[in-house]
Write a protein of this length. Structure first.
Length: 163
C-alpha cells in the first residue's frame, strides 16, 4: 500500500535524475529504496545548476506543491527528512543558478555561466522549457530586487555616516 505523501519520494528521485514516469508507480519506487538511494542523496552536488538539473527542480517542486513540512512529519518522520532534503537541495540549486545568471563579466554585462550537460536521447527538453525559463526569470528578478535593496541600504548608511 502506498504511504501518504509518497510524492515526496517521487520528488527526491526526480531531483536525483530519475524520469518522473519511472517513479510514478509505488512498486517501482520501492524497488529503488535501498542504500544506493541514500548514498545518492549524500553525494548529490548542489553546486552545479545546469539547465537539465533546473528542469528536475521544477518537476520536483510540482510533485510536492502544497505540502507543508509539518503535514509530512505528522505522517512520517522519514519522509519529513526527505522532504527537507528535497526543498533544501532545490533552494540551493536555485540560488546557484541565480548567482550564475547574474554574474557579471569584466565589462559589466550579464553572463550566463550555467553549464549545459549533454542531452540524453530521450530528454524531454521541450516539455519543461517554459517552466525552466519562468523559474530562471523569477530567480533573476528576485536576486536583482535583493541587490537593489542591499545597495539602497548601503548607500543610506554611507550617506548617514558622512553626514
Amino acid at each position: 500500500m502506498e504511504p501518504k505523501n509518497a510524492c515526496v519520494l517521487q520528488a527526491a528521485f526526480v531531483l536525483l535524475g530519475e524520469r518522473q514516469k519511472k517513479v510514478q508507480d509505488w512498486n517501482e519506487v520501492r524497488k529503488h529504496l535501498g542504500p544506493e538511494f541514500f548514498e545518492r542523496i549524500v553525494n548529490f552536488d548542489t553546486t552545479k545548476a545546469t539547465k537539465k538539473i533546473l528542469k528536475r527542480v521544477v518537476v520536483s517542486r510540482k510533485l510536492i506543491e502544497g505540502l507543508e513540512e509539518s503535514d509530512v512529519a505528522t505522517a512520517s518522520e522519514a519522509l519529513s527528512g526527505i522532504f527537507k532534503w528535497v526543498t533544501c537541495a532545490a533552494d540551493s540549486l536555485e540560488s546557484v543558478a541565480a548567482l550564475a545568471l547574474t554574474a557579471t563579466t569584466s565589462n559589466g554585462e550579464l553572463e550566463n555561466v550555467v553549464e549545459e550537460e549533454e542531452a540524453d536521447e530521450d530528454d524531454e527538453e521541450d516539455e519543461f522549457d517554459q517552466d525552466t525559463e519562468k523559474l530562471i526569470a523569477a530567480l533573476v528578478t528576485h536576486h536583482q530586487e535583493l541587490m537593489s535593496k542591499y545597495l539602497e541600504d548601503r548607500l543610506q548608511k554611507t550617506t548617514s555616516a558622512l553626514a
